[in-house]
Design a protein around this ligand. Structure first.
Ligand code: FEO
Length: 172
């Protein structure tokens, strides 16, 4: 059975993943408002992936004999100055999430909770990808600068992203 200390920390992370989803959905809505449909699509897919992350925590907490308790989700920003500003925030946010996951691993190790440590390793790998994909788009946007046709091309590219449902989400 999971220790209360670990359960509480995992519940906090579940909230952080839901906030991530909320933030990216807000960014999707912003991109809709400035007619960048491809960017909006990318963000919607990202928002759905964050829900998958949240459900992984939901499933694991219950599977380990713990109890999920939901708390309020903070309101995200709703307005940005440019696509570059949005993606800079995505990158910063993912760096922050990486820090939260690292802290959870440190806690699991210090509590000798090997199962939780093992569960968290998927997120360790995922965060490398999350940071890398956000940074890649930041770099592309920096290169584009004020090039509107380049922005349009990137919008087309990001419009191709498709959400792939995981084969099995714990808790479903
Ligand atoms: Fe759930 Fe983007 O990390």
């Amino acid at each position: 059975m999971i220790k209360v200390k670990i359960q509480d920390a995992l519940n906090k992370q579940l909230n952080a993943e839901l906030y991530s989803s909320y933030l990216y959905l807000s960014m999707a809505a912003y991109f809709e408002s400035v007619s960048l449909k491809g960017f909006a699509n990318w963000m919607q897919v990202q928002a759905r992936e964050e829900l998958v992350h949240a459900m992984k925590f939901y499933g694991y907490i219950h599977e380990s004999g713990g109890r999920v308790t939901l708390t309020s989700i903070s309101a995200p920003l709703t307005q940005w100055d440019s696509a570059l500003e949005v993606f800079k925030q995505v990158y910063q946010h993912e760096q922050k999430v990486t820090g939260l996951i690292n802290n959870l691993v440190t806690l699991a190790v210090s509590e000798a909770d090997h199962a939780t440590n093992n569960f968290l390793q998927w997120f360790i790998a995922e965060q490398v990808e999350e940071e890398s994909s956000a940074d890649e788009i930041v770099q592309k946007l920096r290169l584009l600068g004020e090039d509107r046709s380049g922005l349009f091309m990137l919008d087309q590219e990001l419009g191709q992203r498709v959400f792939t449902a995981p084969v099995a989400v714990e808790g479903e």
